[in-house]
Design a protein around this ligand. Structure first.
Ligand SMILES: Nc1ncnc2c1ncn2[C@@H]1O[C@H](COP(=O)(O)OP(=O)(O)OP(=O)(O)O)[C@@H](O)[C@H]1O
Ligand SMILES: Nc1nc2c(c(=O)[nH]1)N=C(CO)CN2
Length: 162
């Protein structure tokens, strides 16, 4: 079984309904089980700022689909929910991006995983951190991404009193 994380966003129409329907359609797929859903966040547009605010969330999936099959399902859901592609990074009824697929690195014409812009997008990292705190990473100068790991905190001094 494979584990994937998707970012889902909407900034046209009934945004929350679009997000809800996208998650429902994913979960209804025979080869997908949605096993984690973040909170929904209202976010200002990045990349192309002359558009309405988005609602964003991140989901965790377990799936027998390969990454390219999963991309096809995502694009089918976008089409089912009426997405029209007019302006790059522009308004959309719904957008489903594959963030991570296992620990795979995929570089192909139609699919790059990890998503190439995920580590510069708070609308991705904040909901991802909520459902997978051990997965958030930061880019490093060789173009890679280091993955943070949680270590012991420093709050123990609070128990020592002042
Ligand atoms: N990880 C990925 N998830 C989804 N689509 C991807 C991914 N990597 C590459 N693509 C390709 O990107 C193409 C354009 O996707 P789309 O129009 O949704 O981009 P966008 O969401 O507006 O911008 P961004 O990719 O910056 O989020 C898709 O047709 C798809 O083939
Ligand atoms: N806040 C926000 N901004 C965006 C988003 C998005 O989902 N949320 N998606 C984009 C293209 O993928 C471009 N800009």
């Amino acid at each position: 079984m494979n584990i994937a994380y998707l970012s889902i966003g909407s900034n046209i129409g009934d945004r929350l309904q679009h997000l809800t329907e996208a998650v429902r359609l994913l979960h209804l797929h025979d080869e997908i089980e949605v096993t984690g859903i973040s909170s929904v966040y209202e976010t200002e547009p990045v990349g192309y700022t002359n558009q309405a605010n988005f609602l964003n969330l991140v989901v965790r999936l377990e799936t027998s689909l390969n990454p390219f099959e999963l991309l096809g399902v995502c694009q089918g859901i976008e089409n089912d929910l009426g997405r029209v592609r007019e302006i790059r990074w522009g308004p959309r009824t719904v957008d489903l991006d594959i963030l991570l697929y296992n620990n795979d690195n995929i570089e192909s014409e139609n699919l790059t995983v990890p998503h190439p812009r995920m580590d510069e997008r708070a609308f991705v990292l904040v909901p991802l951190m909520e459902i997978a705190p051990n997965l958030v990473g930061v880019p490093i100068d060789d173009g890679g991404v280091i993955r943070w790991r949680k270590v012991e905190g420093v709050e123990h001094f609070l128990n020592e009193g002042k």
